[in-house]
Design a protein around this ligand. Structure first.
Ligand code: AMP
Ligand code: MG
Length: 338
């Protein structure tokens, strides 16, 4: 039985108790909803993998209530990490740090590093403080599916498989945290996310971005970064390149009379695509809004029974890079027009 409860102080206290007993609680963070368990309890962490259907080769991010909890899970923290924590925690930045032996190998998929962050959401922080536990918490969706940005999304994917969902309303950032590897010089972004490359570079100088790997390979620096991920049920096609918008419109015009087409669109192109015959989900007009709505849009179009979801690339500056990363992984096909 899964409870779905509003994130009141009483229900947060109830959630903390469940976590102490080794249970699973989904809760809102500023990025997406997380599926939390006591990170220092191997059986509890194992339950996360089972509930999600997630392969154990895909390590979990450990959430802390503050920097003071860092010694519980990590050691030998470099100076640059402290600079970044001071600037971006609480917030959507995950750092890879040498792990303490008390963190079960299962949590880190056998790696010597542990991924840690302090989330900037009042419910997540209240739960972390109330429980006093470091919480392993990947996104609260079935493995490979679109990440959840509302409690209803979590209910759709995980009801009957977890103990409790705390409803704290829709999340604000809407894409996952940035995962940063500080063991290389320069530091490198393994997964672009809520803290942008530009923001990181303003603090620690140049950082590189790991190119998108197409296949899971042994020795991949971030085992979770598989090609196909974050995917809706419908076939998804991403249009990239200089003439992406025109190519997308042409595609809709050609296909809309034979297939039910859904489009994720910025406000400025929404009307044009509606007139061309697509069912449109409006993402808003700036990158913050586009990032916030991208997953909800995929889920909504799926719920409307579209056969194909089309979308264009929104560039690589700021949050554009994170949006591009998710769209590329969600899409079965990328059409590049130059
Ligand atoms: P999620 O918890 O679903 O947001 O995914 C967390 C992602 O962070 C994983 O899929 C990995 O790609 C990455 N990650 C977590 N821990 C590590 C680690 N120790 N080393 C490298 N990448 C990691
Ligand atoms: Mg995930």
């Amino acid at each position: 039985m899964t409870e779905l409860l509003p994130a009141t102080p009483e229900n947060i206290a109830h959630a903390a108790k469940i976590l102490h007993q080794g249970g699973l609680v989904a809760f809102p963070t500023e990025t997406v909803y997380g599926l939390g368990a006591n990170a220092l309890n191997e059986q509890a962490a194992r339950n996360i993998f089972t509930a999600k259907g997630r392969p154990t080769a895909d390590p979990l991010i450990v959430h802390l209530s503050g920097v003071e909890q860092l010694p519980l899970v990590a050691h030998s923290v470099p100076q640059a990490a402290y600079q970044l924590m001071q600037r971006f925690w609480p917030g959507p930045l995950t750092l890879l740090l040498p792990k303490q032996p008390t963190v079960p190998d299962l949590v880190t998929s056998g790696l010597e590093t542990v991924a840690v962050r302090v989330p900037a959401h009042p419910v997540a922080l209240a739960l972390l403080r109330q429980s006093g536990l470091p919480l392993a918490a990947p996104s609260a969706n079935r493995f490979g599916h679109t990440s959840p940005t509302t409690a209803q999304h979590v209910w759709h994917d995980l009801r009957g498989r977890i103990d409790l969902i705390l409803d704290g309303g829709p999340t604000t950032i809407g894409v996952e945290s940035t995962v940063l590897d500080l063991s290389t010089s320069p530091a490198r972004i393994l997964r672009p996310g809520g803290v942008t490359r530009e923001m990181l570079e303003a603090v620690i100088g140049p950082v590189t971005v790991l190119g998108q790997k197409r296949k899971a390979e042994p020795g991949l620096p971030s085992p979770g970064l598989l090609e196909k991920h974050y995917a809706p049920r419908a076939e998804m096609i991403l249009f990239t390149g200089e003439h992406a918008r025109q190519a997308l419109q042409t595609y809709v015009a050609e296909q809309a009379h034979t297939r039910k087409i859904g489009a994720l669109a910025a406000d400025e192109e929404a009307e044009m695509l509606e007139r061309t015959g697509a069912l449109v989900y409006r993402l808003g007009s700036d990158l913050e809004s586009i990032a916030r709505h991208i997953y909800a849009g995929m889920r909504w179009l799926d719920s409307q029974g579209v056969e194909v979801i089309v979308c264009r690339d929104f560039g690589e500056s700021g949050l554009g890079l994170a949006v591009r990363d998710r769209l590329t992984r969600a899409a079965g096909k990328v059409i590049r027009s130059t």
